[in-house]
Design a protein around this ligand. Structure first.
Ligand SMILES: Cc1ncc(COP(=O)(O)O)c(C=O)c1O
Length: 331
């Protein structure tokens, strides 16, 4: 299947001045575009290509209110002249002032509907019913699942592994790390690892749900992709290495050690966010130490706009580590 390629090729950089026991490289997928950015863009290059091939004119997807996936989908839809409908999970009432990803969704004209957490549990059923409604009005809707995580979206991360292949071999990388939020990124990387026969540990740090939940989901995505695209490889549940212990109190709830990591990395010029990459990076630093790896790659999956939705937590973290500062200048 051919993607609609609009992202930029991303570099792999060594993180200097990190003071870690290992050399840590970072695959800068956060730099693959501006509004079109992060891991969702790689998946959407395939998903939107599929929508176009099927002559669809309307995209429907879902996610939490600050979803990076939803924001990236809106940007893609606009770029390719498609209508975009978002079903966003909202706890309680919407704030009066939009921020972060939601600000961009609204600015770009997405048709937004808020749904409750209980409705979100039935998201696939709800999206189907919503699509039926649009079909009756003459639209040709295409449903993208949460996080763009299915066998088509995962192809984007098979490509990412292909891009890293030579580097992994030349630098003798021992492990690759990524955040796991809906499983598609990890599934694509795993397909790539198997197809390219790479001798690395692929470690996914879960930021919500449970290891069992994601093992099953990732396995299913891989199996469907292997079948559909006749990949000629086999994957077992034992191939899926997931790490728990970094979710904290729950999805999207930051904690002090994570915020400290975000603050520390920002000083080195790398912006992580509190929902995915902050937790995954903090988890990776601990895991690397335990496993005594010497060279690893962290995939920076993007998500910069969500930091604005966490302004309060991040401000407190800055004040804790750097003092209140910002006094008036005395001339
Ligand atoms: C910034 C960011 N990183 C990582 C992830 C996790 O990737 P995946 O959903 O493919 O597991 C997501 C989305 O869920 C994300 O928005």
């Amino acid at each position: 299947m051919k993607p609609l390629k609009i992202t930029l090729k991303t570099p792999i950089e060594e993180i200097q001045r990190l003071r870690s026991t290992a050399k840590i490289y970072i695959k800068r997928d956060d730099l693959n575009g501006l509004l079109i950015s992060g891991n969702k863009a790689r998946k959407l290059e395939y998903l939107i290509a599929d929508a176009k091939n099927r002559n669809c004119d309307t995209i429907i997807t879902c996610g939490p209110v600050q979803s990076n996936h939803c924001r990236t989908t809106v940007v893609f839809a606009q770029h390719f002249g498609l209508e975009c409908h978002l079903l966003l999970r909202l706890h309680g009432k919407q704030r009066k002032i939009y921020t972060g990803n939601l600000l961009i969704d609204r600015l770009l004209g997405a048709k937004v509907h808020y749904i409750t957490p209980a409705q979100y549990d039935r998201r696939n059923e709800i999206m189907k019913a919503y699509a039926n409604g649009l079909s009756k009005k003459g639209k040709k809707p295409y449903i993208i699942p949460e996080g763009g995580s299915n066998e088509i979206g995962a192809l984007g991360y098979l490509d990412c592994m292909k891009e890293m292949k030579n580097f992994i071999k030349e630098e003798k990388i021992e492990a690759v790390y990524c955040a796991v939020g809906s499983g598609g990124t990890y599934a694509g990387l795993l397909l790539g690892k198997k197809i390219l026969n790479l001798n690395i540990d692929l470690n996914g740090i879960i930021i919500c749900d449970t290891i069992e939940f994601f093992k099953e989901k990732i396995y299913k995505i891989c199996e469907t992709a292997i079948d559909k695209f006749t990949m000629g490889i086999e994957i077992g549940e034992d191939d899926i290495n997931l790490i728990d212990g970094y979710v904290g109190e729950g999805y999207g709830i930051p904690y002090p050690a994570e915020l400290k990591t975000i603050s520390r990395l920002a000083k080195l010029g790398i912006i992580l966010e509190p929902v995915y990459t902050g937790k995954a990076f903090y988890g990776m630093l601990n895991h690397v130490r335990k496993r005594k790896y010497k060279k690893v790659i962290f995939i920076h999956t993007g998500g910069i706009f969500s930091i604005f939705a966490f302004a309060k937590d991040i401000t407190s973290a800055i004040k804790r580590t750097r003092g209140v500062g910002g006094k008036e200048l005395r001339e």
